[in-house]
Design a protein around this ligand. Structure first.
Ligand SMILES: Cc1cc2nc3c(=O)[nH]c(=O)nc-3n(C[C@H](O)[C@H](O)[C@H](O)COP(=O)(O)OP(=O)(O)OC[C@H]3O[C@@H](n4cnc5c(N)ncnc54)[C@H](O)[C@@H]3O)c2cc1C
Length: 391
């Protein structure tokens, strides 16, 4: 099998890249190890930056997003049983975010690929990317128990943090930066209308809590738990009780409870692999970088990467010049490191690290108080949250 761009992984990065290349008239094939139902059901991101929604709309994937996505003009910070709202448009020159689940973004992009192409091969497990430093890279994969090869001009490694593409970069070339956190997120999906109409980020002496949503009738809620906690260690009732404690305010706000339909634990990690390009292999999204989820940046960064990559491939095809492809890694990394900084700052602002001292607590509260009382501090948060403009 032969194509121009072999795309490894049908997460948001791989699917959107496939769509952008299709619109640019560039052949590609997507190889995805999981089945379609799994990809369409995997609960993860839900907050889309303005730049992300603009790109999806321009790619023809905006119809349901515009109908069903929930536009949010701010978030609420809670600390010391007080609430403080950060309104985005006023602080950012009109920017906002949209709550629309990653599952729905993937469904929309898969539906477009189904009608318009390119081919998305599910249950096609990539075993290795080979000869990435030559003019003829190859993707070796297994489908229906048989090994096959996809011959390409370029390979896009969009296979997430646990994928195989990154391993094609020799150790002597790779530089890895990262840190792990000593806490994780216990997340639940619940069939109950959200108890607040915007996301609520709560800093509490017992740990962080987040009230979020997937739709007007489905809530998504998270609790900070120690690293290594299993989801079965918490009963639904214990989760609701703890959420109520951490989200409590002095003004009588109440948390609505409902049936929990999914429960999972997400570890926290910051990670960047440099460079994001090796020969004709281009890493994009979680394959190249991970952010802790508090900043809601992961999916948005994946979108940023593939926009840069699609433009560079199109430029090369149109002009014969590889200058944008050569600049791919540096262009993406500038944005990636800003998102790493923002996500790390927001994480350490809101989570209580094990072993935190009374001094650490006071500093955290002072930082939150500064955001609540200074327009420039609030604007910095709002700009980071709504996202840097795409390159
Ligand atoms: C609990 C949680 C909450 C999050 N919340 C947010 C949020 O609010 N906002 C936000 O922006 N981000 C959020 N994120 C991060 C976001 O989900 C990821 O950054 C995003 O999924 C990255 O997309 P991707 O396409 O790069 O990788 P992935 O979504 O991981 O997709 C990679 C794909 O590659 C496939 N694959 C892997 N290995 C192979 C192989 N060998 N062969 C073929 N296919 C392979 C995988 O099955 C997968 O489909 C969250 C993440 C988690 C876990």
């Amino acid at each position: 099998m032969r194509t121009t761009v072999g795309i490894v992984g049908a997460g948001p990065a791989g699917l959107l890249l496939a769509r952008l290349l299709r619109l640019a008239g560039i052949d590609c094939v997507v190889l995805e190890c999981r089945d379609r139902a799994y990809v369409e059901r995997r609960q993860r991101a839900g907050v889309l930056e303005q730049g992300t929604t603009d790109v999806l709309r321009a790619a023809g994937a905006g119809e349901r997003l515009d109908r069903e996505g929930l536009r949010h003009d701010g978030i609420e910070l809670r600390f010391g049983r007080r609430r403080h709202r950060i309104g985005f448009p006023d602080l950012t020159g009109g920017r906002r975010v949209t709550v629309y689940a990653q599952t729905e973004v993937c469904k929309d992009l898969i539906a477009l690929a189904e009608t318009d192409g390119p081919p998305v091969l599910f249950e096609a497990e990539v075993l290795a990317v080979e000869d990435a430093d030559t003019d003829a890279p190859r993707v070796r994969f297994r489908r229906d128990g048989r090994e096959e090869v996809l011959e390409c001009a370029y390979v896009a490694g969009c296979d997430g943090f646990h994928g195989v593409s990154r391993a094609a970069v020799p150790a002597a070339v790779s530089r890895v930066f990262g840190r792990a956190y000593s806490y994780a997120w216990l997340g639940v999906l619940a069939d109950v209308p959200p108890s607040h109409d915007e996301l609520v980020y709560a800093r509490h002496d017992r740990g962080f809590a987040l009230l979020s949503m997937r739709s007007p009738s489905v809530s998504r809620l998270y609790l900070q738990v120690p690293e290594g906690t299993g989801p079965e260690e918490w009963t639904d009732e214990e989760i609701w009780d703890e959420l109520a404690r951490r989200l409590e305010t002095a003004d009588g706000w109440t948390l609505e409870r409902g049936p929990v339909t999914q429960k999972s634990v997400t570890p926290m990690r910051s990670y960047v692999h440099e460079p994001m390009r090796y020969g004709r292999l281009f890493l994009a999204g979680d394959a190249a970088h991970i952010v802790p989820p508090a900043g809601a940046k992961g999916l948005n960064l994946a979108v940023g990467d593939v926009v840069v990559l699609a433009r560079a491939l199109e430029h090369e095809r149109r002009t014969g010049s590889a200058e944008l492809l050569d600049a791919y890694s540096a262009t993406c990394l500038r944005r990636v490191w800003q998102a790493e900084r923002f996500s790390h700052d927001l994480t350490t602002l809101l989570h209580r690290a094990p072993g935190a001292t009374a001094f650490d607590d006071r500093l955290q509260l002072a930082r939150l108080d500064r955001i609540a009382t200074s327009r420039s501090a609030a604007a910095d948060l709002a700009e980071g949250y709504t996202g840097l403009p795409l390159a």
